[in-house]
Design a protein around this ligand. Structure first.
Ligand code: NAD
Ligand code: IPM
Ligand code: MN
Length: 326
């Protein structure tokens, strides 16, 4: 069976790492029909295109989207990130951002379930009197019972299928309105999952435990911004950000889900052939899992965990992994 996949290489190291991901998927014997989309900061620089609605409509018929990274220093911050990446996540209702971390050396095997459509990412806020000495900027956080609950339910289901432990991470001691909604929803849903043991960490303390005792975690559920920050830290403690994969899921499968590494376009190392493509390759494996290609996905994950494939260079790592999965 051939899967139809939209490819957005994007900017910086994005196209470099996606090329290796596609190489490995091919070597694992999965056949993809790919449709390329030239989008990101570079495309914006040429003709001011960010993400037209017609493209989103085209994507609705695809099986999945596979994205490298977007954003360049030449384009004002947020323009591409909000206009392309967040627009994708919101328009396709990719409400779970699943970010797994495994690293035998540090006894790490946990998943972060990050709420992906609300919180401070929702875009609530604005400016008044911009550029004057009386200017005001507000940037609120949107938390709906529906949005929080569907994400928490996904996390409980995931925990029930793993080691049966789920930690809510928030900042209920300061963010009392949003924190209360998250905590009450979490505790109510927990009643339906007696087999899942629960815990709560304030996000600042979670940063300590990530570094010092990461083996206390099985599944973590958290809001959009905390999840963003914690998952870069998750990468750093699990072999580096170049190893951290992620899936932006529409669990109800009413449209395509999107798969991308946790990292960005890394302009500091772009074009040098030194980016680690493992995060993109593992994101490709998450895509294959979601498409039902579980054998190929498992083989790729197994090979990526072998320290022997961590050689020098983007292409060399891709080749080493491709050789072992075929
Ligand atoms: P970044 O993740 O691009 O880079 C942070 C650091 O990690 C850099 O030192 C970089 O060299 C290193 N790094 C990242 N990926 C690596 C890899 N595969 N191998 C080796 N080293 C790697 O974050 P940033 O510098 O804050 O952001 C750069 C741009 O990317 C910004 O425009 C940002 O908005 C964007 N961004 C996009 C995405 C995305 O498209 N999903 C994610 C994060 C950041
Ligand atoms: C990520 C990125 C994005 C986010 C940015 C680029 C919008 O940092 O995928 O982690 O904050 O979600
Ligand atoms: Mn991030």
């Amino acid at each position: 069976m051939t899967h139809r996949i939209g490819i957005i290489g994007g900017d910086g190291i994005g196209p470099e790492v996606i090329a290796e991901g596609l190489k490995v998927i091919g070597a694992a014997g999965v056949s993809l029909e790919t449709v390329d989309y030239d989008l990101g900061g570079a495309r914006y620089g040429r003709d001011q295109t960010v993400l037209p609605n017609e493209i989103i409509d085209e994507w609705r018929d695809l099986d999945a989207l596979y994205l490298g990274a977007v954003g360049t220093p030449e384009v004002p911050p947020g323009l591409i990130e909000r206009g392309l990446l967040l627009k994708m996540r919101f328009a396709l209702d990719l409400y779970v951002n699943l970010r797994p971390f495994t690293y035998a050396e540090n006894n790490i095997d946990f998943c972060v379930v990050r709420e992906n459509t609300e919180g401070s990412y929702a875009g609530e806020g604005g400016v008044l009197r911009q550029g004057t000495k009386n200017e005001i900027a507000t940037q609120g956080s949107v938390n709906t019972r529906m949005g929080v609950e569907r994400c928490i339910r996904f996390a409980f289901d995931l925990a029930a299928s793993r080691r049966g432990h789920l930690t809510l991470v928030h900042k209920t001691n300061v963010l009392t309105f949003a924190g209360d909604l998250w905590e009450r929803t979490f505790n109510e849903v927990a009643e339906e999952y007696p087999q899942v043991e629960t815990a709560y960490n304030h996000v600042d303390a979670a940063c300590i435990y990530f570094v010092q005792t990461p083996n206390q975690y099985d599944v973590i559920v958290t809001d959009n911004l905390f999840g963003d920050i914690l998952t870069d830290l998750g990468g750093a403690i699990s072999g580096g950000i170049g190893m951290a994969a992620s899936a932006n899921l529409n669990p109800s499968r009413t449209g395509p889900s999107m798969f991308e590494p946790v990292h960005g376009s890394a302009p500091d190392i772009a074009g040098q052939g030194i980016a680690n493509p493992t995060a993109a390759i593992l994101s490709g494996a998450m895509m294959l899992d979601f498409l039902g290609e579980n054998d190929a996905a498992n083989r790729i994950k197994e090979v990526c965990a072998d320290p022997k494939v961590q050689v020098q260079g983007t292409e060399a790592i891709g080749d080493a992994i491709a050789e072992r999965v075929s």
